[in-house]
Design a protein around this ligand. Structure first.
Ligand code: GAL
Length: 830
């Protein structure tokens, strides 16, 4: 061995030998993680606002990238910031636009000879072009699609190879924060020339009963030859997989296998199975492929709602954009899982992936956690909403993107409908119904087991022929038209594809309380949490609840939105604010001055729509949904907080959200009266409470019996920091996360509302702080820092473990004038 070999080279050599030997021993498919050790550089629009000329020849193998940054993907370059006042707030005031290059060297072992080699991207934002050793390997512009390129002919077997990826994010291409970069996983897949095609196994369950299910498996083979056999083995999925059926035949594309006493997939017990497929040639296995699936039936009815396994399930859904709050768009499985846990906690059972296909792992989680999903393809078709949006690609790419979406996701039991798009201009204008039908046909040709749908925001689209172009009709923000639509189209199943769009900031309340939806803004670009505010096209939560209850033929709703997301800070959207939003003349004057000072570049950069904020902390609305969507959970919630030293003697309305049917409110032990919910009433109100400090207590009843109790107290002054981790034990795999909630408390441990103290953090042990947030939509502090203000008493610190380094992680929080806090998290080997 050469003396000059350093540790790094030695390491590469070892990895090479390992890969080469394992590959040589295997005749079957090899899947290699391709996420690590990329070189990265940005050009064009730079984060600081300057322009850096993109050099030539970046695609070539010999280009000197030695001074580029080394990183792993998934990666989102936009979330690194900084927030810039001059950037559009519709996309989060973050520098996601511009050109990004990723380059990676890899060794192709000798055993690659004779193999097909593919590079697979689960998604890259956006305008991807890929070269291998300087040769063009392929392009895929849509940032939300998964795709792969066959790079066999570009690879030099037994040598070093270079892959170069160029991404180009155009300004004015998205109505929300899209992120930037290779933000999902990448892998190399190596197969024999005869192999199972990309997404080549399609499993359906045409007959399902308690006694048996038929499992239909369709297998596509590339370069199929004679003497092929195929073995399908079906296992239960989980900790102790059990084989429940198998079949080996001479290769035929479609087989049917029976399973006795199948365990059905449903929301409470999301049982899963997997088919392990082995392709055999001349008695030798030459490829293997694993497909996860579930056994369930879905039915969409025009009169009786949505049926899962024959029983009605009201769709209590939310729309979700794809960002993960302070982590941006770079996917992380634990972060997605936490989002779903939070959504489920207030009763969500369905998610619409607005307005694009999600990461594949997101659907794996929905399968596992019992969530129904509507997967959506596009936000526009041929007619643009923005200058550089998908409309410019639609003609050339819609078919490839749509097929990629359906083929990738059609085995997930969680997926129940395919949406061809959201509020398309064509649909508003009543033109081009043929496009809608063509898209539906493409979907049907890949999967005829699920209905097509779209989100329709215009009454014209309900009657101009468009209503015939999808199997199931989704109406955005028109609860008053449900009945009319149903009468005119008695055979079309109907649901609210986007509802409410109520806006609020966690922990903010403005007085006097106004029920006018255009009012309720105040403070520094915040929106009141009395839950009456909504943009012009939208309305408060209760109106949708009533429409759903009065029209039981409606299958349910998808609220806009579950989580706050980065971008689209309506009512402070597009760098212009609506001064009329301020009820209080003093606030209005203050805001005018502020606006002049800011020169129009107002700070809001993330949405106010969420039922929970950008960190996942519940807003009051969380409890309103919970009271309706989890009627069997005893709960009551009082709003607002009770720290109003400046309001002593003033009317300060108190609302209660409860799953009970009546409630009695007490202030400092004195009853303020009992209120009972009237039909179609969803919140209980005490509008004339005169503020004095102390304790507000509510006792909620159901059917005359005490059902739930809640209490809100005026706190003492801020005294200490407290921290709580969602999980104190995490896995040392370099991926797992602990989400630590930071609270500012008084000496009794009560969270002190209206606190905005600056807190700094230090970490010891095998963990890194990868994100920090507080849920304030106006905050421009970096998401990637070790200090930040809390927002109304709370902040979030996200810690990632280090791969292969178990041990104790200690996070310390300090803030001037407050007792410091320390939390210990154990990182353990898998
Ligand atoms: C809808 C649109 C969503 C979002 C929402 C905000 O019309 O489909 O993408 O913009 O309005 O209320």
């Amino acid at each position: 061995m050469s003396k000059s070999l350093n540790y790094k080279q030695l390491f590469h050599l070892l990895v090479f030998i390992l890969i080469a030997t394992s590959a040589a021993n295997s005749q079957e498919r090899i899947i290699e993680n391709f996420n690590k050790e990329w070189k990265f550089a940005r050009f064009g629009a730079m984060p600081d606002g300057s322009i850096l000329q993109e050099p030539e020849n970046l695609d070539e193998a010999h280009y000197d990238d030695s001074d580029w940054r080394v990183l792993s993907v998934p990666h989102d370059w936009g979330i690194e910031g900084p927030f810039r006042a001059d950037l559009p707030n519709q996309t989060g005031k973050l520098p996601w636009a511009g050109i990004g290059w990723y380059r990676k060297n890899f060794t192709s072992p000798k055993s690659d000879a004779g193999k097909r080699v593919f590079i697979e991207f689960d998604g890259a934002m956006s305008g991807t072009t890929v070269w291998v050793n300087g040769g063009f390997a392929g392009e895929w512009p849509y940032g939300y699609s998964s795709f792969r390129f066959d790079i066999t002919n570009h690879i030099k077997v037994g040598e070093e190879n270079t892959v170069a990826v160029r991404l180009d994010n155009k300004e004015e291409s998205s109505r929300w924060y899209p992120g930037g970069g290779i933000y999902r996983h990448v892998r190399l897949v190596k197969t024999n020339p005869v192999h199972i095609a990309h997404w080549g196994v399609f499993v359906t369950t045409p007959e399902v009963s308690k006694e048996k299910a038929t499992v239909h498996i369709k297998t596509d083979i590339e370069n199929a030859s004679k003497n092929l056999e195929v073995l399908h083995e079906i296992f239960t999925k989980g900790d102790n997989p059990l084989k429940v059926a198998e079949q080996k035949t001479k290769f035929i594309a479609e087989v049917t296998i029976e399973i006795a006493n199948p365990k059905l997939w449903d929301l409470e017990t999301p049982n899963l199975y997997e088919v392990r497929t082995t392709l055999i040639q001349d008695g030798k296995p030459i490829d293997n492929y694993v497909t996860s699936f579930g056994i369930r039936t879905i039915e969409f009815t025009a009169n009786n709602g949505f049926l899962l396994n024959g029983a009605r399930v009201q769709i209590n859904g939310v729309c979700q954009h794809h960002d993960l709050g302070p982590l941006g768009t770079a996917i992380n499985i634990r972060a997605m899982e936490r989002q779903i846990e939070i959504l489920k906690a207030f009763g969500t059972n369905a998610i619409r992936t607005a307005h694009n296909p999600p990461a594949p792992e997101f659907l794996d989680l929905c399968d596992k956690m019992g969530i129904l999903v509507q997967v959506e393809a596009f936000d526009v078709w041929n007619k643009k909403k923005l200058d550089n949006d998908y409309a410019s690609l639609f003609g050339a790419w819609h078919e490839r993107d749509l097929r990629a979406m359906v083929k990738r996701d059609r085995n997930h039991p969680s997926v129940i409908m395919w949406s061809t798009g959201n509020e398309m201009i064509e649909l508003r204008e009543g033109q081009d119904a043929p496009i809608a039908m063509m898209l539906a046909d493409i979907i049907k040709s890949e999967d005829a087991t699920r209905p097509t749908t779209f989100g329709n925001s215009r009454p014209e689209g309900l009657i101009n022929g468009f209503q015939e172009t999808a199997d199931v009709h989704g109406i955005n923000y028109k609860p008053h038209l449900y009945e009319e639509f149903h009468q005119a189209n008695p055979n079309i199943p109907l649901y609210g594809s986007e509802t409410a769009s109520t806006v609020s900031s966690r922990g903010e309340y403005f007085f006097p309380v106004s029920e006018n939806k255009n009012e309720g803004s105040g403070g520094y670009f915040q929106v009141s949490s009395y839950d009456f505010s909504a943009p012009n096209w939208a309305y408060r939560v209760d109106i949708e609840f009533e429409a759903q209850d009065r029209n039981p033929f409606v299958m349910g709703e998808f609220v806009w939105t579950g989580f706050d997301y980065i971008g689209e800070p309506t009512p402070y959207n597009k760098d212009k604010t609506n001064l009329l939003n301020f009820t209080n003349p003093e606030e209005k004057e203050k805001m005018k001055v502020e606006l002049e000072k800011l020169g129009g570049n107002i700070p809001p950069r993330s949405s106010y729509f969420g039922i929970v904020d950008l960190c996942g902390f519940p807003k009051d609305r969380y409890y309103l949904y919970q009271s309706k969507w989890r009627p069997d959970l005893p709960m009551a919630h009082i709003l607002p907080h009770w720290n109003w030293p400046e309001r002593v003697g003033e009317v300060t309305p108190v609302f209660v959200y409860t799953s009970g049917d009546e409630a009695e409110l007490f202030l400092n032990g004195k009853s303020l009266g009992k209120r009972k919910k009237a039909p179609y009433q969803y919140r209980l109100r005490w509008d004339d409470v005169v503020y004095k400090p102390g304790t507000l207590k509510v006792v909620a009843y159901k059917d005359g019996k005490v059902w739930a109790i809640d209490e809100v107290k005026t706190t003492k002054k801020a005294n200490k920091l407290e921290m709580e981790a969602d999980r104190n034990i995490v896995i040392a795999d370099g991926q797992d996360l602990s989400f630590v909630t930071v609270k500012i408390s008084d000496n009794n441990g009560l969270t002190v509302p209206r606190t905005h103290n600056n807190v700094s953090y230090s970490i010891e042990g095998p963990g890194v702080i990868i994100g920090i947030g507080n849920g304030d939509p106006t905050n421009h502090e970096s998401f990637q820092a070790n200090q930040r203000k809390v927002f109304n008493g709370l902040a979030l610190v996200i810690i990632r473990t280090k791969n292969g380094e178990p041990g104790e992680i200690v996070l310390k929080a300090e803030s001037e004038g407050l007792k410091a806090s320390r939390i210990s998290i154990k990182s353990i080997s898998e």
